[in-house]
Design a protein around this ligand. Structure first.
Ligand SMILES: *Cc1c(COP(=O)(O)O)cnc(C)c1O
Length: 372
């Protein structure tokens, strides 16, 4: 499955119809990514991490496909509840939850949640007394671009004690989870994590704790970006390990980026140009404070191209705000562009529009569902 990419004519048509900047979503690509993961790792129960892109069309499509959802806040829980998605299809996978979030979880009927401390057990026991909890273990993730183990995960030698503590508080100590970090570049971190988890399951059983679920978190790369990370190969290796070593538990995952990154295009237009030190600078109507926020927050290098043909030279692409930090790409090969010319960013569906701001008074990009 290739990444979703609008043709020049279609990008122009949408820009004429809606104006720019635009976030254009292909739900057909969301469906293909979902089905590919199901096919590659058949035993996996999929919880889409909605923080990557909570556009309603994506949630609706995944709801219809039977997906489950990973939520982290009262806002995310209420968004899904508003789409009539039952709490039974959600996991509250933020290891440190707010009281508002816990109350929203109780109201929505969410029973499954993760934790990595005794403090969290006490909170969960107070607000969702019959919860099934999964202890999050800290994992080395040297092979991921975004490290998520700096902030979360208990040391492996504390996991059994934490699960026991959850039991004494009346919770169901039911699982172990981990997160290898975002944009995994190989299966190595998963395989190392599987070793740790296998050991913990056996140790837990010796301590009278029946581990039913293993949640392997997020981290899978976008399926179509084969240059850096081969998602198909990573999935194959994960599947093999699961088949060989984890017949006795249910396997869950929380893919975010994998599901949505390749399904979205950003359409942006040139609003001004300038020559600075001999180089062309193009100012766009979308930037670092807008859809391209992932450059800062997500270490994402946007794949952005002009739709016009012509002889190319090295140019700089900047956003519309007055901040000089607002540079989307400092070196990109570009034909000569004029005000109004369009640029297209592909693979821009994860951690992009969702973390855009209205800094400097610029509106958020409009979201359009592509009619296939
Ligand atoms: C962010 C996050 C995810 C999704 O991560 P991706 O790298 O986008 O797949 C999954 N689980 C948890 C707990 C997260 O914090």
């Amino acid at each position: 499955m290739n990444s979703f990419k609008l043709t020049k004519e279609n990008a122009q048509m949408l820009a004429n119809q809606y104006g720019t900047p635009l976030e254009v979503i292909s739900v057909r690509h969301i469906e293909a990514n979902y089905r590919l993961l199901q096919e590659r790792i058949p035993r996996l129960k999929i919880y889409y991490a909605i923080k990557a892109n909570p556009a309603t069309c994506i949630l609706q499509k995944l709801k219809d496909l039977g997906s489950n959802f990973d939520v982290a806040s009262d806002g995310e829980i209420e968004k899904l509840a508003g789409l009539n998605i039952s709490g039974e299809r959600m996991i509250y996978a933020n290891p440190v939850k707010t009281v508002r979030g816990l109350k929203a979880a109780q109201k929505a009927g969410i029973r499954r949640m993760t934790f990595d401390s005794k403090t969290e057990v006490d909170k969960i026991a107070e607000y969702v007394p019959n919860a099934e909890v999964l202890a999050r273990v800290k994992i080395d993730n040297s092979d991921a671009v975004v490290d998520l183990n700096i902030k979360f995960g208990a040391e492996r030698q504390h996991i059994i004690e934490l699960l026991k503590y959850a039991q004494t508080k009346g919770l169901k100590a039911a699982g172990i989870c981990f997160h290898v970090g975002s944009q995994a570049l190989s299966a190595d971190d998963y395989l190392r994590a599987f070793d740790v988890v296998r050991n913990l399951i056996d140790k837990a059983r010796q301590n009278g704790i029946d581990i039913k679920y293993v949640d392997i978190g997020g981290g899978l790369p976008a399926p179509a970006l084969n240059e850096n990370a081969d998602a198909a190969e990573i999935m194959a290796q994960i599947n093999k390990c699961i088949e060989e070593n984890f017949a006795d538990v249910e396997l869950w995952a929380e893919p975010g980026r994998y599901m949505c990154a390749s399904a979205v295009n950003i359409v942006t237009a040139v609003i001004g140009k300038q020559k600075r030190s001999g180089r062309d600078w193009y100012y766009l109507d979308d930037g670092i404070y807008g859809s391209f926020s992932g450059k800062l927050f997500d270490h994402w290098d946007y794949d952005i191209m002009a739709l016009k043909e012509g002889e190319k030279s090295v140019a700089t692409l900047a956003g519309p705000s007055c901040d000089s930090l607002d540079i989307v790409k400092s070196q990109v090969l570009c034909p000569q562009l004029e005000t109004g010319d369009l640029l297209l960013a592909v693979n821009a569906g994860a951690y992009s529009r969702v973390s855009a701001t209205t800094f400097n008074g610029f509106s958020l990009p409009q979201t359009v569902v592509w009619k296939e």
